[in-house]
Design a protein around this ligand. Structure first.
Ligand SMILES: [Zn+2]
Length: 334
């Protein structure tokens, strides 16, 4: 059947705009994807349990009708697309643009690129997709791999006031470090999906795993410890610089390795390479795409950044989950 030929595996995520356009050209193609995600084994009526192909109404691809009880089932119920007048392909495009590595988009760019008539509509769409990017999970990372922990000052380039630290916000970052041969999937930045020889200027055979980013009020020991305790699995290897705020991690039950780097770039690259690549990318994204972000909204942007980062090996999962149509596969990335 042609229908099953359309099934998207996670590894079949379209890598170019043209591929995407071919996959989801119209309402019907998008509806098929929704149906496939909801019933991977084939349609089953939620009312009467009838199994087997439902009636499809050509003029209304968003609705299926059960052959047995004749009730109608909405494919968009429970998703961000429900009861909106925007065509499904516009929503699919929006989700694609938000989840691809091309870092985020402003509402204005969105409106122009997708030919949406009103700015408010574009803004609402982005807003809905962002609400699906809030961090739902508070589980701990570092169970299998060491983590790097460090803090950085983010944002705060207030116009006309120079670049003093007084407007910057303190953020703590924690990232897993995996041996490259254990990489979680093909590199999404490479067209054919092959694994890279080098990544982020760091060639010693490691790759970043999952990430956590959080605003913190200060660098006090109690502050840093509470974040590590909430985010990192007990017993994990935790790598930090020589800051005294981390002195107690061994006593708390972690395997703590601290190296005093004191701003020495070579030492930093050696001991905490991954988290500094992450901080660099985060900075570029906040300043380049969003032209700086106010402290009030920063955590939301951090969540968006982490969402994309943690799903970069599974872009199809990210795509489905911002549309809120993801089901079982979502747990892969937690
Ligand atoms: Zn039925």
């Amino acid at each position: 059947m042609a229908f099953w030929g359309m099934i998207l595996c996670m590894s079949d995520y379209p890598r170019t705009l043209l591929e995407f356009q071919k996959l989801f050209p119209d309402e019907a193609a998008c509806a098929i994807h929704l149906e496939r995600i909801r019933w991977p084994e084939g349609f089953k009526c939620p009312y009467c349990g009838q199994v087997g192909d439902p009636y499809r109404i050509q003029a209304r691809p968003r609705v299926l009708e059960c052959r047995q009880c004749l009730r109608q089932i909405s494919l968009t119920a429970g998703t961000v697309m429900h009861q909106t007048r925007q065509p499904l392909p516009i929503w699919f495009w929006a989700a694609y643009l938000v989840t691809t590595q091309t870092p985020g988009m402003s509402a204005l760019q969105f409106q122009r690129q997708l030919g949406i008539r009103r700015y408010e509509t574009a803004f609402q769409m982005i807003h809905k997709l962002r609400t699906a990017m809030v961090r739902p999970e508070r589980d701990r990372i570092g169970a299998k791999w060491p983590v790097e922990v460090d803090e950085t000052y983010v944002g705060g380039a207030t116009q006309g006031e120079g670049r003093g630290r007084h407007h910057k916000t303190l953020v703590i970052g924690i990232v897993e470090v995996l041996p490259r041969k254990k990489a979680l999937g093909p590199d999404p930045n490479l067209p054919s999906g092959q694994r890279p020889q080098h990544r982020g200027g760091h060639s010693s055979g490691f790759i970043a795993g999952r990430l956590r980013l959080q605003i913190i009020p200060n660098r006090k020991q109690e502050t840093l410890e509470s974040v590590v305790l909430a985010d990192v699995q007990m017993g994990a290897e935790v790598r930090t610089d020589g800051w005294t705020g981390y002195d107690n991690l061994n006593k708390l039950g972690y395997r703590h390795t601290a190296v005093p780097v004191r701003g020495d770039q070579a030492k930093t690259d050696q001991h905490l390479p991954m988290i500094h690549i992450v901080f660099g990318n985060l900075d570029a994204w906040l300043l380049g795409t969003h032209h700086g972000v106010s402290p009030k909204h920063l955590q939301g942007y951090l969540n968006e950044f982490v969402f994309r980062f943690n799903r970069r090996f599974w872009p199809m999962v990210a795509f489905d989950s911002v549309l809120k149509i993801a089901t079982r596969v979502e747990s892969l990335t937690k």
